[in-house]
Structure formats: C-alpha cells, structure tokens
Design a protein around this ligand. Sequence first.
Ligand SMILES: Nc1ncnc2c1ncn2[C@@H]1O[C@H](COP(=O)(O)OP(=O)(O)OP(=O)(O)O)[C@@H](O)[C@H]1O
Ligand SMILES: Cc1ncsc1CCO
Ligand SMILES: [Mg+2]
Length: 266
Amino acid sequence: MIDCADHLGAMRAAAPLVHCVTNFVAMEPTANALLAAGAAPAMAHAVEEAGDFATVAAAVSINIGTPSPRWAEGMAAAAGAAAARGAPWVLDPVAVYASPWRGELAARLLALKPTAVRGNASEVLALAGGASAGRGPDAGDAVAAAEDAARRLARATGGVVAVTGPEDFVTDGRRDLRVSGGDKLMTRVTALGCALSAMVGAFLATGRPPLEATAAALAYYGLAGARAAREASGPGSFAPLFLDALAGLDPAADAGALAAAVREGA
Ligand SMILES: Nc1ncnc2c1ncn2[C@@H]1O[C@H](COP(=O)(O)OP(=O)(O)OP(=O)(O)O)[C@@H](O)[C@H]1O
Ligand SMILES: Cc1ncsc1CCO
Ligand SMILES: [Mg+2]
C-alpha cells in the first residue's frame, strides 16, 4: 500500500517552491492549483533567468504547450539546472505530435532525463516514437494503448512515466501502478493536466521514491476532482470548487480514500 496521505502531509509541511516554465494558458490555473495544495509556484521563462529560478526551486515543471524559440531555451535552461543539481523535474509533452519542431524540442528535453514525464495517452505514445490520434492538446487514444510506450520511455530515461485519463497509469518500467479518481468534467476545463504535472513536481520535492510520490500526487488530484464534481453544475463552477477541494483534502481524514485510489499491477 502506498501511504498517499503521508506524501500529502510531507508535501504540505515542506511547502515546496515549484518553478514552472509552462504555457500561456496554464500559468494561472497551475499557480492556483499549487497554492491551493499548499505548495508555492514561480512562473518565469526568460532564458536569462530560468536557470536561476530552477537553482533555488525544490522542483521544476517544464510544459511545452505554447513554445517559441526563445521560450524553448528557457525550458532547456531550467531543466538543465534542475538536472545538474539532482533536483526533481517533470516534463509535460503537450501535443508533442503536433509539429516536427515541437517533437524535436520534446526530444531535447527528454535527453535531460526528467524525473517524471506526465502526459495524456496520445502524448506518451508520440513521445515514445509511436503513432497517436491526439488532436491539439487533447488525447485521442486510450490510456491502455500507451502502457507499453510508457514502460519503454521510463526504461529509456530511468524516470517515471505517468499516463493520465479516466484511470491513470504510472510506471518506472518495472513496477506498474494504476490510480483511479477524477471526473470527466476535468477534460472540460483547460490546463488541468498541465497543473497536475506541476503538482507531481511538488510531491517529488519531498524526496520520496518518485514512482510512489507521482502516484500519490495523482491520487490526491483525482480525489479532489471527484469531490469537486459532486458539487459542480458544469465546467464553470467546477474550476473554483476544484481549488477548494485541493485545499480541503486532509491527510488524516482522507487517508483511506487516497490509499484506495492506488492499486499495483494489472
Ligand atoms: N475521462 C475522465 N474521467 C475521470 N477523470 C479524468 C478523465 N480525464 C481526465 N481525468 C482527470 O484529469 C487528470 C488530468 O488528465 P488529462 O489526461 O485530461 O490531462 P491532459 O490531457 O494533459 O490535460 P490538459 O492538456 O488539458 O492540461 C487525470 O489525472 C484525471 O484525474
Ligand atoms: C489549450 C492549449 N493550447 C496549447 S497548451 C493548452 C493548454 C492545455 O494543454
Ligand atoms: Mg496535457
């Protein structure tokens, strides 16, 4: 059993600074999700300083959603600075299949060996070199179709790969975990996957084993999503209720529900 509540408590106690080089769309939702969870965000992407931010942050999250050539240099600087000091960092390969240039950028970042990759099924399939049915940033493939790709990618980087969707799949190439939770409404509000990647960074910052820390972050996020959906009347009311649920989840009271969300194996 993975003690997700212990991971959540440790993350909140550390209140880790997560430096995010992320996309225009995701900046505010990501910063708000981190703050609601009890972590601290920084968003800065200029190549002149992204490495400086990454040097003081407890974790780094790199998201290629709306790149430009200079922005890409900021991503490489931040990822490189995290990798150089052994700090955890997460790669979110948004729409990596959408253009050859985006594919090259993702490959360049992947070569810096992210502690975790978090993407949807189409992104993970494409990042591993396969065909995918993604459209814009949205998945067109089932999570199950990306499991082998995720394992191969994890073995190649030595890190963790998380494929998210209706049920999340997390692997380090040897051990597989599945995480249930969430709600379909989460696909009707933009950038919640992007914010989740930064949340994985916050949990990795505790220094706990990356596979388990990633699963704990997904379980926490999914439980908050399911709770918010119970109260929401649509995507508009879901968004603030989700922040409240992230803030309100309690390691003691919710330990059972968090642990029940994660299962090992097939
Ligand atoms: N169909 C679904 N049913 C239940 N929960 C879901 C569903 N789709 C996504 N989720 C929840 O949303 C989380 C984020 O997942 P998703 O795979 O949608 O990210 P994404 O496609 O990268 O999003 P984006 O790029 O828009 O930020 C998942 O971990 C899960 O908790
Ligand atoms: C809508 C959108 N376009 C590029 S990034 C992004 C945020 C969701 O991934
Ligand atoms: Mg995404």
